[in-house]
Ligand binder design. Sequence first.
Ligand code: PLP
Length: 405
Amino acid sequence: MYPTVDPLAPSGISRRSFFRFAAGASALASLPIVTEAHLAYADRPKFADPNKGIHIDANENPMGPSEGARQAIVNIVPRGGRYLFNGEAELVEIFAKQEGLSVESIAPFAGSSEPLHYTVLAFTSKDRPLVVADPGYEAPMWAAKVSGAQILKVPLADPKGEAKHDVRAMLAAASNAGVIYICNPNNPTGTCTPRSDIEYVVANAPKDAVVLIDEAYIHLCDAPRSLDFVKEGKNVIVLRTFSKLYGMAGIRMGFAVGRPDLLAKITAFGGMNALPVTAVAAAKASLLDADLVPTRKKIVADTRVETIAWLKSQGFATTPSESNCFMLDVRKPGKEVQAALAAKDMYVGRIWPAWPNSLRITVGTPDEMAAFRKDFTAVMGSNTAGLAPPELPRRLQRTPFTHLS
Ligand code: PLP
């Protein structure tokens, strides 16, 4: 029903620009574990000095690690000559206690890209396709290039204006799916898929398929969490990361949460090595800071709401994001706008082939978003006459965020 897709196809990431950054990846078997950083850097119209300009193109958190996390790193450094394995165990225990999970159902990794990649390797194959939403996060598709699995991209559904995963179509796409990937909130749209839909996909997934629920951005929204599926023993793996709300993308820490037998299959590919003591210490401090999630969630939401309201006032539609990124319909080829902004050292993007007139914008600091508004006005002109009609479905143009205001 849905065509097999090649994430390297010309309409997607340019092969040349990707491999400029994924150096050494000369054969499929050696494709790297693809992260948001690879994807964002590969799509930049020009080389961008990370110390220059404004970078709202990789869904990073400009706030960085919390004060407590920074102090924990400083404090652990003198002990950095030791392996300190107990730190990892303590981190897992803290998370297990907070979430009511068994420690056996939690596997810590240096970020969530690794377990994402390994889950696709472990549960997809030539005979077990990967099913993803479109537009959606591309990393699992890159992993499927390694496993040789068919990739089935299913357009997002939006009957209620929510740009949610079309779970029924995703289930119908392949009766032999190996992995069904649900990113909640979704990257790049920032939209959430209702709990009832996630329950439906978990209840109706093909036998032995794993529902991979990527909660990289879950702390930024109020959507119900999915860890309870793991507690119920379902064929579900949930991914969590410290890269987003916790601001630790460069420090690296994340979890795969799943039944121990499922985790054993993914850790067979890697991830059993000791983790940096600095990252473990920072993650522990972050989890123990009860104010961090609500405080940062509100900061990001306020900036996002303000930016989206301004864009709307200028005649531009966005997806109703609940996360730190949204899709902005620029009503002409997104590539052109991305390049014009990059010429001003304002880095946004990327573009998904399904919505060529839209760009993903990451929510930066209020100052960064003020600079974005200024550059966007300069690039787009002050009125929308002559632009294409919006490509985002009309129902996405409602005023979102009612529950946050
Ligand atoms: N999943 C999604 C949807 C992401 O957007 C990202 C990063 O942007 C990741 C997973 C992986 O991030 P990390 O490896 O930094 O935890």
